[in-house]
Ligand binder design. Sequence first.
Ligand code: NAP
Ligand code: GDD
Length: 329
Amino acid sequence: MKKKAFITGIAGQDGSYLAEHLLENDYEVYGIIRRNSITEHQRLRLNHLDNKITIEYGDLLDISSLENKIIKIKPDEIYNLAAQSHVRVSFDIPHFTVMNNAIGALNLFETVKNHSKNSKIYQASSSEMFGRCVDEDGFQREQTRFEPTSPYGCSKVFCFNLTKHYRIAYNLFAVNGILFNHESPRRGSNFVTSKVVKTAVRIKNKLDDKLILGNLDSSRDWGHSKDYVKAMNLMMNHSKPDDFVVATGETRTVKELCEYVFKKLDLNMDKYISQSEKFMRPEELRFLCGDSSKIKKELGWKPEYSFESMIDEMIEFWGKNHDKNVIEY
Ligand code: NAP
Ligand code: GDD
């Protein structure tokens, strides 16, 4: 019998790659999407999978929608990827972000505990939880303390703790993937990698003449979403539930990201880039660099993309799509 996977956030960047990865591994794939007034936008990243997966309306904040589906499907694996995932937006809508991410996850854990205790559950935890903390050797790892610097980060710490609590208290197979930033052509265009690549490509094509950014000095450990969804699936098929950091172990500043992209497009970035308060954050997470030795050693995970091959793929993608309203993935 095929394994059944249920994905919240299936229409997001990671959800769509995870659905593809699970289909390739012979899973039946189910997921929920929220109602959106522009239906076409909602399924954009999933159009190519239309006949292969089962999508229904559902919302983490509507526990009845979760119960109905989980009782009916009885999934072997549940991936909780749904979240208000934009850090800067979380300063503008802190109540919604915390309610959605934290109470949403609680609704899902309660549903599993009460109706489907054998379903394994993956929680999309984040390097944003580390906030101000870096170990002395310049890395963050499973043992590093959490000191989040945003409402989003605080909501994710709640979910991380909830996952461990339900694992211990109710014996659920509940795992935390502590994923560092990961990008792709499917990354929302208001995250910094997509924003920089898309705008630089538009500048090259004379459709834009400036790129306005916030903090250029913060450092991020950027990997590819395709590599990271494979890590999620490995964690769910481990012999025991545990928590794992997933990262590349390399870090670059936003300025270095811009330098790479503009050089690749043969553009002088000093002519086009400026900064605005609008894109600054009340508190910035300054530095991320992850040590993923544990998942490499215990589960044999290894990323295929380098920073350069990932950004090159994004440049190629936006080269074809920078002037389109409807994008085909
Ligand atoms: P994303 O592209 O923003 O996707 C998130 C998805 O969740 C969207 O499709 C969104 O639907 C859906 N969603 C939000 N609230 C929901 C709710 N109440 N009920 C049902 N669906 C809801 O994010 P991503 O980059 O794929 O990330 C996936 C998960 O990993 C997120 O939890 C994120 O916080 C976490 N994470 C991401 C990274 C990263 O670098 N990408 C790193 C660490 C952790 P709408 O389109 O309707 O808003
Ligand atoms: N979005 C954005 N837009 N970021 C900018 C800009 C800008 O115009 N200018 C500078 N930055 C800086 C941000 O201040 C931050 O330091 C860095 O670029 C990365 O920002 P994002 O791409 O928005 O990602 P993030 O690190 O805040 O959050 C992402 O990674 C987390 C994991 O560490 C998101 O995917 C989160 O959901 C995820 O948990």
